[in-house]
Design a binder for this molecule. Structure first.
Ligand code: NAG
Ligand code: NAG
Ligand code: NAG
Ligand code: NAG
Ligand code: NAG
Ligand code: NAG
Ligand code: NAG
Ligand code: NAG
Length: 709
C-alpha cells in the first residue's frame, strides 16, 4: 500500500476548545482533507479518526456514506476495493449509547489539488453539524457513468441520527418520482441509496434529490434535505473536429515557425477531467517531399507552424503547392488509453513574386506589309509564379525604337504573351527595317532580393514588306484657266503623277477616266493634255464655268495600281453667242387708239461684258412715211410702236439686236406682227393678202400699200 500517496493536508478543527481536562464527546477532529494521487487500492488505510464518547467508547458503531469504505473499530478508514473514479466527500457517522457525531472527509483529486489546497485551511462556513445537530445527513454521492450490471447497485447512504423507531427514509425528485423516474431508490430503513441503471453524464451530469424521514403515517418528521448525485465522467466520447474543412495558407519562403492555421477538436466529456484534455499530433503529411516533417502542431494549442527552412518552402520547386496533414486529437491528455479523432488539414503554399518574367528568346522576328495595321508578332515569356496572380501577369513596354509611336504592345491576358502591333501604317520606302527594344515586368512588384535581369528585355527585328502602291497626282485637283475659243489640239496641261514605290522604278501611263463632253486627249506617256474639240463655256457639261475631268495614272506593277486625279478647266467667256429677242410675234387691232405693239426683251448666253446693254434697231424702212418705231427702254428691253393705224394684214418687221461684246454680235430677227380687225368682241386676224409671197416682199407690199393707198 502506498502510504506516501496519502497526505493529510491539515487538521483544521481541533475541538479542544476549553482545556485538556474537559472531555468533548464526539469526533475530536471533524474535517479531514485527503489528497488522492492516483487511486485508492483495496484495503488501503486512508486515515485514522478519533471518536470519544467520553464514557469509555463501548459499542461504538461507525457508518460511512460511501459503500466503498469502512471504518474499523480503532477508527481506521479503509478502502474496500480499488477505486479509480473521483470521490469528493465522505461522511463518517459514529454512534454509541452515549453520543452520536459526524465527521467529514474531503478528498482532493489530482486535478483539484491546486485550487482546493488554497482553501484547505479555510473553515467551510456551512458545516452542518457545527451549528446544530442535524438528524439527516445526506452527503453528495458520485456515481461513474456507464456502469455495468448488476443493478441496482448501492451507491451511498443517507445517515439519520436520533432515529425515531418505525420512521422511514423517503427519497424524491427528478430521477426518483419525477421524470426520468426510477433511476434512484432508497432503502427506507437503512438509508442506502442505489442506482437502477447505467447513467450518462453527457445527458444528465447531476441529479438534485430530496430526502426526508416520515412516521408510519407518512407524515414528515425531518427534512427535506438536499441530496446531490453527481455523475462521474468516463472517457466515453472521442474528440471530434467539428469545423472543417480545415484550410490554411502560408507564403512560400516564410520563416521557420510561421503559424499556418489552428486546429481545435471538441470532446463531449467532462472538461474538468482528463477525459476532455486533448493533445494534437500530426500523423501523416502528403506529399512527404522535400521533408516528411515540414510542419509541427502544438500538442496543446493545436497551432500548426512551419518547421521547414524557408528555402525549401519554395512553391516553384515543390511538386505541388498543397499539403495534406492527417491531424489526430487524443484525449486523456494524449495518453495511450485516450480516444482519437482525426481530421485533414490542407495547407496551401501561396505564391510570392520571386520569379521575374523572362523572354523565351533574346530576339524575335516579325514581317509586316507596309500600309497595314494589326498584330505582327506575339512575344512569349515564362514566369514560374502562380498564373492566377499579379506575380505572373506580364506588363510589356517598348523602351526603344518607337519614335513615331507606330507600334504598341499589349498583354494577351490568357497566354501572358506580348501582342506587338502596328498602329500607324509603316512605309517601306521610308524604312524597310525597324528594331524595337521591349521590356517585360510583372504587375506586382518583385520581392526585394529578386530583380529583373537581362532576360526580361528582348529585341524585335521588324522587316517591312513592299506593296504596290497607287501613283499619286501632284497637285490634285489640277486646275487650268483657258479661253473657251482656244484651238482644237491646244495643249492645256501636263499632269504629273508619281509612284510611292520609289524603290521599284515603275513607269506610269496616263488615261482619261471621265470626259463627259469628249473634249480631251492625254498623251499616255508624258501626260500632256490637248483638246480634241472646241471648248464651250455654255455647254451643259460646264458647271459654274468649270469643266471637270478625271485622269488615271496606272503603274506597271503586278497587279497594276491605279491612282485618280481631278482635272478642272475654268473656261473664260468670249463673245461667241449672238443675242436673241423674245417674243418674235405680236398682234395689234387695226383701229386701236393705243399704237404700242410689243415690248421686246433680249438675252445672251454669254456673260458680261459680252451681253447687255443690247442695241435694238429696225432695218431701214423704205419711203419717208415711216409706220414703225422702236424705242429702247433700258439695257435689255425695247418697245415697238406704230406711228399710225394700219390695215388688217400680216407684217414681218426686221429687228436687229446687238450685244456689247468686242467685237459685238448682231442677230437679225423678223418680228411677225398681225394687224387684226377687232369689231365688237370678235377678232379677225386672217390675212387679206397672198400668203405665198415672201415675208420680206409682203412687208414691202404692205408698207407701200400703207403709203400709197
Ligand atoms: C487493485 O490494485 C492493485 C494495485 O494496483 C492490484 O494489484 C490489484 O490486483 C487490484 N485489485 C483488483 C480487484 O482489481
Ligand atoms: C497572336 O495571338 C493572338 C491571340 O492568340 C492571335 O489571334 C494572333 O493570330 C497571334 N498573332 C500572331 C502573329 O501570331
Ligand atoms: C493632241 O496631241 C497629240 C499628241 O500629243 C496628237 O497626236 C493629237 O493629234 C492632238 N490632238 C489634236 C486634236 O490636235
Ligand atoms: C512631279 O511632282 C513631284 C512632286 O511634287 C516633283 O518632285 C517632280 O519634279 C514633278 N515632276 C515634274 C515632271 O514636274
Ligand atoms: C509630250 O509629247 C507630245 C508628243 O510627242 C509633245 O507634243 C509634247 O510637247 C510633250 N509634252 C511634254 C511636256 O514634253
Ligand atoms: C462658282 O465659282 C465661284 C468662283 O469660282 C464660287 O465662288 C462659287 O461658289 C461657285 N458656285 C458653285 C455653285 O459652285
Ligand atoms: C436670232 O434670234 C432668234 C430669235 O430671236 C433665234 O431663234 C436665233 O437662233 C438667233 N440667231 C443667232 C445666230 O443667235
Ligand atoms: C427694263 O424694262 C422692262 C419693261 O419696262 C422691265 O420689265 C425691266 O424690268 C427693266 N429692266 C431693268 C433692268 O430695269
Amino acid at each position: 500500500m502506498d502510504h506516501k500517496s496519502l497526505l493529510v493536508l491539515s487538521q483544521v478543527l481541533v475541538f479542544a476548545i476549553a482545556n485538556d481536562f474537559e472531555c468533548m464527546p464526539g469526533f475530536q477532529q471533524k474535517i479531514f482533507y485527503v489528497e488522492q494521487h492516483s487511486e485508492f487500492t483495496e484495503d488501503q488505510l486512508v486515515l485514522n479518526v478519533q471518536f470519544n464518547d467520553c464514557s469509555g467508547n463501548e459499542e461504538v458503531i461507525y457508518e460511512v456514506s460511501n459503500p466503498d469504505f469502512k471504518v474499523e473499530p480503532d477508527g481506521s478508514l479503509i478502502a474496500l476495493r480499488n477505486i479509480t473514479e473521483v470521490v469528493q466527500v465522505l461522511f463518517i457517522h459514529a454512534r454509541s449509547p452515549h453520543t452520536d457525531d459526524m465527521a467529514e472527509v474531503k478528498i482532493l483529486g489530482r486535478k483539484e489539488r491546486h485550487s482546493s489546497s488554497k482553501n484547505a485551511l479555510k473553515v467551510p462556513r456551512h458545516l452542518p453539524f457545527l451549528r446544530h445537530r442535524r438528524a439527516i445527513v445526506a452527503p453528495s454521492i458520485s456515481i461513474p457513468e456507464n456502469q455495468r450490471i448488476p443493478f441496482p447497485k448501492i451507491v451511498g447512504r443517507v445517515v439519520v441520527s436520533d432515529r425515531i423507531p418505525g420512521s422511514k427514509i423517503k427519497l424524491y425528485g427528478k430521477g426518483v418520482d419525477q421524470e426520468p423516474k426510477g433511476i434512484f431508490k432508497i432503502n427506507e430503513n437503512s438509508g442506502e441509496v442505489s442506482v437502477t441503471k447505467a447513467l450518462d453524464r453527457e445527458a444528465i451530469p447531476s441529479y438534485q434529490l430530496q430526502v426526508e424521514t416520515t412516521d408510519e403515517n407518512g407524515k414528515t418528521i425531518e427534512g427535506p434535505v438536499d441530496l446531490e448525485i453527481l455523475v462521474i465522467d468516463q472517457n466515453d466520447n472521442r474528440p471530434i473536429f467539428r469545423e472543417g474543412p480545415y484550410v490554411g495558407h502560408v507564403l512560400e519562403g516564410s520563416p521557420t515557425g510561421t503559424t499556418v492555421m489552428h486546429m481545435i477538436a471538441f470532446d463531449a466529456d467532462d472538461p474538468t477531467t482528463d477525459n476532455a484534455v486533448l493533445r494534437y499530433n500530426i500523423l501523416r503529411q502528403t506529399p512527404d517531399k522535400p521533408s516528411p516533417n515540414m510542419f509541427y502542431i502544438d500538442p496543446e494549442k493545436g497551432d500548426i507552424v512551419t518547421v521547414v527552412s524557408p528555402a525549401l518552402l519554395d512553391r516553384e520547386t515543390l511538386s505541388t503547392p498543397q499539403y495534406e496533414l492527417i491531424v489526430e486529437a487524443k484525449d486523456m491528455a494524449g495518453m495511450d488509453v485516450g480516444l482519437i479523432g482525426t481530421a485533414t488539414a490542407t495547407i496551401v503554399i501561396d505564391d510570392k513574386n520571386d520569379h521575374p518574367p523572362e523572354f523565351t528568346k533574346k530576339e524575335f522576328q516579325a514581317t509586316v506589309k507596309e500600309g497595314v495595321t494589326g498584330v505582327m508578332v506575339n512575344l512569349t515569356v515564362e514566369d514560374k509564379d502562380d498564373p492566377a496572380t499579379g506575380a505572373w501577369k506580364a506588363v510589356y513596354t517598348i523602351i526603344n525604337g518607337n519614335p513615331g509611336q507606330s507600334f504598341e504592345i499589349h498583354t494577351n491576358p490568357k497566354t501572358n504573351e506580348g501582342m506587338l502591333s502596328v498602329v500607324k501604317p509603316l512605309d517601306y520606302e521610308i524604312s524597310a527595317f525597324h528594331t524595337l527594344l521591349i521590356k517585360v515586368e510583372n504587375e506586382d512588384p518583385l520581392i526585394p532580393d529578386v530583380g529583373y535581369g537581362s532576360s526580361s528585355t528582348a529585341t524585335v527585328q521588324i522587316t517591312v514588306l513592299d506593296v504596290n502602291e497607287s501613283p499619286v497626282f501632284h497637285p490634285d485637283p489640277m486646275t487650268v484657266t483657258k479661253k473657251e475659243n482656244i484651238q482644237i489640239g491646244s495643249q492645256l496641261f501636263t499632269v504629273n503623277a508619281t509612284d510611292p514605290d520609289t524603290l521599284q522604278h515603275q513607269s506610269i501611263r496616263y488615261s482619261i477616266l471621265k470626259d463627259e463632253a469628249g473634249w480631251l486627249y492625254i498623251n499616255p506617256l508624258n501626260g500632256t493634255i490637248n483638246t480634241t474639240s472646241p471648248l464651250d463655256r455654255e455647254s451643259t457639261f460646264v458647271q459654274n464655268n468649270t469643266y471637270t475631268a478625271l485622269i488615271l495614272a496606272i503603274d506597271n506593277g503586278s497587279p497594276p495600281a491605279t491612282g485618280t486625279g481631278t482635272f478642272q478647266i475654268t473656261l473664260e467667256d468670249i463673245n461667241d453667242n449672238a443675242p436673241y429677242i423674245h417674243p418674235t410675234s405680236a398682234y395689234v387691232c387695226e383701229d386701236s387708239k393705243d399704237l404700242t405693239v410689243v415690248i421686246l426683251s433680249a438675252s445672251d448666253r454669254d456673260l458680261h461684258p459680252n451681253s447687255d446693254p443690247f442695241k435694238f434697231e429696225l432695218s431701214k424702212q423704205t419711203g419717208s412715211d415711216k409706220a414703225w418705231k422702236i424705242t429702247q427702254l433700258n439695257n435689255t428691253h425695247a418697245q415697238v410702236r406704230l406711228l399710225h393705224n394700219l390695215k388688217r394684214a400680216n407684217y414681218n418687221l426686221p429687228v436687229t439686236v446687238t450685244d456689247s461684246g468686242k467685237p459685238p454680235l448682231t442677230n437679225s430677227t423678223e418680228l411677225k406682227v398681225q394687224v387684226c380687225s377687232c369689231k365688237k368682241s370678235k377678232m379677225d386676224c386672217s390675212s387679206a393678202d397672198a400668203p405665198h409671197a415672201s415675208m420680206f416682199l409682203l412687208l414691202l407690199f404692205s408698207l407701200s400699200s400703207l403709203f400709197y393707198v
